[in-house]
Design a protein around this ligand. Sequence first.
Ligand code: XIL
Length: 343
Amino acid sequence: MKKILLLLLPLVALHVSAQGLKDVFKKDFLVGVSLNPRNVRNANEKDLVRKEFNSVTCENAMKPGELHPSPNEWKWEEADRIANFCRENGIKMRGHCLVWHNQFAEWMYYDDKGGFVDKETFYARLKDHIQTVMNRYKDITYCWDVVNEAMSDSGENPYRESKLYQLCGDEFIAKAFQFAREADPKAILFYNDYNETNPRKSKNIYEMVLRMRSEGVPIDGIGMQGHYNIYGPDAKELEDALTLYAPLVEHIHITELDVRINKEMGGQLKFSKEGASVNDTIQALHAQQYERLFKSFRKFHDKIDCVTFWNLHDGCSWLGEKNYPLLFDAALQPKPAYYRLIK
Ligand code: XIL
């Protein structure tokens, strides 16, 4: 008997280590990752994706400015490369993103003389963009971030005063969701934003989505980016936001999770690339914060159907390696936070 057990032991160990995050959270939600085209050219990184994740987002490759830099120019190569990797491996994709004030197809705003076009011209261009992109990836994208970051971080106006807003007011949000629904009635459509645990911003997001839905705008879900740090949000702040959004929409996704080791948080594109020095205390706080976050996500597993990490490993994080944000280091080795989650 003892002999048989000893023989079985390596098999059991193999089975345990073969479990990825996607298996550990199988009953709760999909576990996703955002990828750049280099990730899917690298055999070790591809193995890591296959082992750990069952949802993929393009970090940049499907953004309007990347795909559609000028009126008659479409650049599909990088997005296709990532989509084909997902097709070959049976991994679903979150589409990201159709309308954002950054990395946008800026030409859509302007006429030949450099002035703003009228709204109708802008909407015709936007509709063509949204529907062309969604049609191309319809077979593989189960959802889309339709509008990204339309709300402000501070000030009187709940809306971000972007060029989109200057040209269309908040109507561009409604139009974008309508164009998206027409293109693919099966895709789950998300409004996505950061600092969603800030009470002012979460209230503004809540009120915008509530009003739009009451007017028939097809917003199915709220994407909470989740660019957090080791100090916050705490469980209460996060769960307050989840409690607010849960009755409002059918789906919540955590769309861009990372945990910095300095005090910055949010999706603003300006940030410090300096973390703090990584010592035992910082590592423990980092692991603890991930554990706390996933405990809260699990509590809301009925609503949260996907949690996506923003980048595969620290070496390719948009925040830089020194911010120590992810579960894998630049050598693809799991960090303490990974073991905490797997456990
Ligand atoms: C970031 C990418 O990670 C960077 O490579 C790029 O330079 C800027 O955009 N919120 C979002 C993401 O919705 O699309 C952003 O991604 C990070 C903040």
